[in-house]
Design a protein. Structure first.
Length: 267
């Protein structure tokens, strides 16, 4: 079997995504950056939030250069999502410019490793704020506009990590498990307004950060041995699922978890 895992994926085209107002959190790098590029490639109007200013501005500039036809250059907004005042201001800025948000992708997260015995109350609060709290408040910020228009999509990003217990990730796994419950609650409360909410659950995605910090040759072998498909999950695979769920093709998808993990059951 040939390994096609590093070949570029050609995204399906969803005409209804053209012109949609899309917000991506943590969009400056990794999966978030791929989401920004993928939605911009569909002709959507994309705003992305990230605390990393240099990376965010570089991505915005590079994508602006590739814009053609009816496509829109994505706009970067520097924002520390753990600062609720800054978060609120960012969404007010987007609301003022765009008049609302059609699709929210709550992608921002950080899988910092930690030892249970060394966790302090301050570190606990920080990890929950980085990985969970902002997803709720970003959603809260866009819901009034979505209710008014009777339509909207919220995609909250979870993680395979708590489905396959990992070491040194207890707080990250706690937050990611909570996201699935939060999303189900949102979907039930918001469905009557035409708003869909789902959780995207990536597996062991080959991102620059993971490759640099954790995915050694030994770890990669372990991942592949545990997957049904012997090929690495790429950032494009996560973006492809997200495009489908955000489009009208996913119009009856809500309140569930959608995995893109190559069937990873652990090893």
């Amino acid at each position: 079997m040939s390994d096609t895992s590093q070949q570029d994926l050609i995204y399906a085209v969803y005409p209804d995504l053209a012109g949609k107002r899309v917000v991506v959190t943590g969009g400056g790098s990794g999966i978030g950056a791929e989401l920004v590029a993928a939605f911009a490639g569909q002709g959507a109007r994309v705003w992305f939030l990230d605390i990393a200013e240099e990376a965010g501005r570089a991505l915005a500039a590079s994508l602006a250069e590739s814009v053609d036809g009816p496509r829109h250059a994505p706009r970067f907004i520097k924002c520390d999502l753990t600062d609720l005042a800054a978060l609120k201001a960012a969404f007010e800025d987007i609301e003022g410019e765009a008049g609302g948000v059609d699709i929210l992708l709550n992608n921002a997260a950080n899988d910092d490793r930690h030892d249970i015995e060394e966790v302090t109350p301050a570190y606990w609060e920080n990890r929950m704020n980085v990985n969970l709290r902002h997803q709720f408040f970003c959603s809260q910020a866009v819901i009034p506009g979505m209710k008014k228009q009777g339509d909207g999509v919220i995609l909250n990003f979870g993680s395979i990590s708590w489905h396959l217990p990992h070491t040194e990730l207890s707080l990250y796994m706690t937050a990611k498990a909570a996201i699935e419950g939060m999303t189900r609650g949102m979907a039930r409360d918001l469905g009557k307004y035409g708003i869909r909410a789902s959780t995207v659950v990536p597996g062991a995605v080959r991102t620059p950060r993971q490759q640099a910090l954790w995915h050694t040759p030994e770890e990669e072998a372990r991942i592949l041995a545990g997957q049904c498909l012997p090929a690495r999950v790429e950032m494009q695979d996560v973006a492809a699922l997200s495009l489908f769920l955000a489009s009208s093709n996913g119009r009856r998808c809500s309140g569930r978890e959608y995995f893109v993990d190559a069937g990873w059951y652990g090893a």
